[in-house]
Design a protein around this ligand. Structure first.
Ligand code: DQA
Length: 141
C-alpha cells in the first residue's frame, strides 16, 4: 500500500512554531517514527509552502497512490486550486489537522477541501496523521 503525507505551509516549522498549539516535535522526526511503526506501508512525505507545488504533487501521485493524507494548513481555508485538485484526482484523500480547527478562530472553521475528501481528522496533535493511516486500512482492500 502506497500512502503519501502532503503538508502545506509552515508545517516545516513544527517544533518551533506555536508549540502550545502544534507541540514540540519536528515533523521529520515524527515521520521517521511513522515509517518504523508502519514498515509494511510505503509512506512518502512532501511539504511545500507554495500552493502550486502542492497542486502539482496531488496531480502527480493522485492516480497511482492508494491514499493521500493532506494537511493543507492555511490553504485549507482559502485554496480553490487545491480543492479542485482533490476533486479531480482518483486517490482518496483524508484531510488532517493537528489542532482542533473548530476550537480556534472562526476563519479556520471552514474548509474548502472537506466536501471532496473521504473524511477529516483534526485535534489529536501529531496522532491525527497516525489515525489517518489507520483509517485507510479500513476502506482500502
Ligand atoms: C492546521 C490548522 C490551520 O488552520 C493552520 O493554518 C495550520 C495548521 C493544523 O494542522 O492544525 O497551519 O492545518
Amino acid at each position: 500500500m502506497k500512502i503519501a503525507i502532503i503538508n502545506g505551509p509552515n508545517i516545516n516549522l513544527l517544533g518551533k512554531r506555536e508549540p502550545k498549539i502544534y507541540g514540540t516535535q519536528n515533523f521529520l522526526d515524527f515521520f521517521q517514527e511513522l515509517k518504523d511503526t508502519y514498515s509494511k506501508i510505503e509512506l512518502i512525505h512532501f511539504q511545500s509552502n507554495i500552493e502550486g507545488e502542492l497542486i502539482d504533487k496531488l496531480q502527480e501521485i493522485g492516480y497511482s497512490f492508494d491514499g493521500i493524507i493532506l494537511n493543507a494548513a492555511a490553504y485549507t481555508h482559502t485554496s480553490v486550486g487545491i480543492a479542485d485538485a482533490v476533486k479531480a484526482i482518483k486517490t482518496p484523500v483524508v484531510e488532517v489537522h493537528i489542532s482542533n480547527v473548530w476550537a480556534r478562530e472562526s476563519f479556520r472553521h471552514n474548509s474548502l477541501l472537506s466536501p471532496n475528501v473521504k473524511g477529516v481528522i483534526a485535534g489529536f496533535g501529531m496522532q491525527s496523521y497516525e489515525l489517518a493511516i489507520q483509517s485507510f486500512s479500513s476502506f482500502i482492500k
